[in-house]
Design a protein around this ligand. Structure first.
Ligand SMILES: Nc1ncnc2c1ncn2[C@@H]1O[C@H](COP(=O)(O)OP(=O)(O)OP(=O)(O)O)[C@@H](O)[C@H]1O
Ligand SMILES: [Mg+2]
Length: 274
């Protein structure tokens, strides 16, 4: 197997250095390989979002090591973390909501503005953003504001924004959390297609139906890994079916993955029960 793209060694995270301390993560060692699709599960407060923040270089562990794509990021300063984040990671987080008075197009363009080494012109950036919105089935909504779109559509804008800088890792914290089941399935179809095209995806969910799209389910409990299950062995996982379908639909051109992914965004995901 290839080198792990995400590697944590005995990570702990302690919040609040005063009288009341919360040990949100308590010795988490984890390897995630390139191209894996992992669902993180577990009760409220078990440390899932804390782990996602660290994996996404939004926060640093109190102790332990985090190696991202062979780089030790646990000791990096804020500026370097921001740089790595922008270059390697696409976020679909609730906390990373869209800017409210900003069009879909400008929301998608946002991460490009922060790119240090951007060589492409404004016009090219705009073309790329439009391409991303088309890819998630929103070519006819590019000038709409977030409140002029449905929940599933705003979540798709967030996905387009997460993909604009070609991240190697996509982190999604409850991407279907506030959606009805049909919009949720649409989002999962896009994520499955991205997985089939070779992206590494780490997703938090409370919903086993959603977790079934992933090939691996990691369960957290009180800040540590309780179970690490291979979904393929667990049951006929949706991931394989969805990935297979996606591959048949898209072919295997990695360059066009995002674009291809979205072509199917409007269709129902595989909802055959396993
Ligand atoms: N900034 C913070 N300061 C202090 N404590 C925090 C902070 N962020 C999280 N915690 C605590 O750390 C623990 C883990 O929180 P975390 O957000 O990772 O849980 P979670 O598994 O994502 O839960 P949920 O499913 O409810 O989103 C919780 O007990 C929480 O209260
Ligand atoms: Mg959370």
């Amino acid at each position: 197997m290839s080198e792990a793209i995400i590697k944590t060694e005995e990570i702990t995270k302690v919040y609040g250095m005063g009288a009341v301390q919360v040990r949100a993560l308590d010795g988490v060692s984890l390897n995630i390989h390139e191209g894996e699709f992992v669902a993180i599960m577990g009760p409220s407060g078990s440390g899932k979002s804390t782990l996602m923040n660290i994996i996404g270089c939004l926060d640093r562990p109190t102790a332990g090591k985090y190696i991202l794509a062979s780089e030790d990021v646990s000791e990096m300063d804020k500026a370097d973390l921001a740089h790595i984040r922008n270059r390697r990671i696409g976020f679909i987080f609730q906390a990373y909501n869209l800017l409210p008075r900003t069009s879909a197009l400008d929301n998608v363009l946002l991460p490009m503005l922060y790119r240090r080494e951007s060589h492409i012109t404004e016009a090219e950036q705009k073309d790329k953003a439009i391409e991303m919105l088309e890819a998630v089935g929103l070519g006819d909504r590019i000038y709409h504001l977030p409140h002029e779109m449905s929940g599933g559509q705003t979540q798709r804008v967030a996905i387009a924004r997460a993909l604009i800088n070609d991240p190697v890792i996509i982190l999604a914290d409850e991407p279907t959390g506030n959606l009805d089941s049909k919009s949720g399935e649409e989002i999962m179809t896009i994520l499955s297609d991205l997985h089939a095209a070779g992206r590494t995806i780490v997703m938090v969910t409370h919903d086993q139906e959603i977790a079934d799209f992933a090939e691996r389910n990691i369960h957290f409990l009180d800040g540590h890994i309780d179970k690490d299950l291979n979904n393929g062995q667990l049951k006929g996982s949706k991931a394989k079916k969805a990935a297979k379908q996606a591959k048949q639909k898209t072919g295997s051109e990695p360059v066009d993955d995002a674009k291809q992914a979205g072509k199917h965004a409007g269709k129902e995901a595989d909802n055959e029960s396993s």
